[in-house]
Design a protein around this ligand. Structure first.
Ligand code: NAI
Ligand code: MG
Length: 352
């Protein structure tokens, strides 16, 4: 298989973690006889340094040519003085809208080897945490009308049938390659948008007879995530609820260094990135945890290229390395073997 991958290294630890993820990509190419073509694309702070703009036209053109995008992380103190419309983070928003990325997939997977890091009680953790939050990313209250008139302010939440249908489709298809269960989270006892979500999702569910569907109010979902996260497989929800629940979900696993994400959309170009930022405090010290980026590559194999075997191979290698006791500093605990960012990448490659 031949695929073109846009590589956005980003700022601070961005280039360090992306280098390790690229070692894994090259290893997969060799092992499975694929050809990946890498286009280096400047976005964020690095693009400001080189061109003055956070997302120059040449980067936009390159992104549109790609089959998938791998992104490290952008931003950091060096760029704090940039005007609001040229901040590195602005490049991310522009890429999202350029590629029509309306679906954000964030897995919450607790590696049993890192169970100590979870803030949950051992008896809850023991039942396992392995679910994905599918969050609508380009609609809802964040994109509605915002208005302040005198001593009153209004934020409007709106969704159309089409917007709901396309994100629900992503959730059902995700469940089909996982454990066949979708929980649609809403506030249908109060909000009209939620009532519409229920109607559309219920209707669409008929096309996925192999997937079980249930509905849950968002306040209850926030509790259930702490009480019994093992009940979830795919959580489908609108933008703001998803923003809040996906952060809660990642905390359950106790580390931000090991979580990847996928953003999918109306074009076939998906974007893959770790959930953490550019970690300026540890940049340049070979200390960053590359596993979140490496697991994002696994998601790229699965969701953009439909290479499930390759995806599982990467995930299994990460498990094996953790089983063998290797940890970057952020995951370190007593009796484990501490390694740097590069050595962690090398270990995963060797395992694959
Ligand atoms: P951060 O996620 O960069 O760092 C928070 C803490 O987690 C720090 O102590 C950091 O050292 C640690 N950490 C993060 N990733 C790690 C890794 N891979 N390995 C080991 N430790 C890791 O969040 P922060 O400090 O709030 O933001 C720093 C910069 O990153 C800001 O400019 C922010 O705007 C940007 N940012 C960019 C994102 C993106 O590109 N998608 C997302 C979030 C923040
Ligand atoms: Mg958030």
């Amino acid at each position: 298989m031949e695929k073109r991958i846009a590589i956005v290294r980003g700022d601070y630890i961005g280039p360090e973690i992306v280098s390790e993820a690229m070692k894994v990509l090259r290893c997969i190419e060799t092992k499975y006889d694929h050809t990946f073509i890498y286009d280096e694309v400047l976005a964020g702070g690095a693009a400001i340094d080189a061109t003055g703009e956070c997302l120059p036209q040449i980067s936009i053109d390159a992104l549109k040519q790609a089959d998938a995008v791998l992104l490290g992380a952008v931003g950091g103190p060096k760029y704090d003085s940039q005007p609001a419309n040229n901040r590195p983070e602005k490049a991310l928003l522009r890429i999202r809208s350029l590629l029509g990325l309306f679906a954000n997939l964030r897995p919450a997977i607790l590696f049993p080897q890192l169970a100590d890091a979870s803030p949950l009680k051992p008896e809850i953790v023991q039942k396992g945490i392995d679910f994905v939050v599918v969050r609508e990313l380009t609609g809802g209250i964040y994109f509605g009308k915002h208005e302040t008139i005198g001593d009153r302010a209004v934020d409007e939440m709106a969704y159309s049938v089409d917007e709901i249908k396309r994100i629900a489709k992503v959730a059902f298809e995700t469940a089909q390659v996982r454990h066949h269960k979708v929980t649609c989270v809403d506030k249908a006892n109060v909000l009209d948008t939620s009532k519409l979500w229920r109607k559309v999702v219920q209707e669409l569910a008929k096309e996925y007879p192999d997937v079980t569907l249930n509905f849950m109010y968002v306040d209850n979902a926030a509790m259930q995530l702490c009480k019994d996260p093992s009940q979830f497989d795919v959580i489908l929800t609108e933008n703001m609820f998803g923003d809040i629940l996906s952060d809660e979900a990642s905390m359950l696993t106790g580390t931000i260094g090991t979580i990847g994400s996928a953003s999918l959309g109306s074009t076939s170009i998906g974007m893959y990135e770790p959930i953490h930022g550019s970690a300026p405090d540890i940049a340049g010290k070979d200390m960053a945890n590359p596993l979140g980026t490496i697991l994002s590559v696994a998601m790229m194999m699965r969701y953009s290229f439909h290479l499930e075997k390759e995806a599982k191979d990467i995930e299994k290698a990460v498990h094996a390395i953790l089983d063998q006791g290797y940890r970057t500093a952020d995951m370190m605990s007593k009796g484990m073997k501490q390694v740097g960012c590069q050595e962690m990448g090398d270990l995963v490659v060797k395992q694959i």
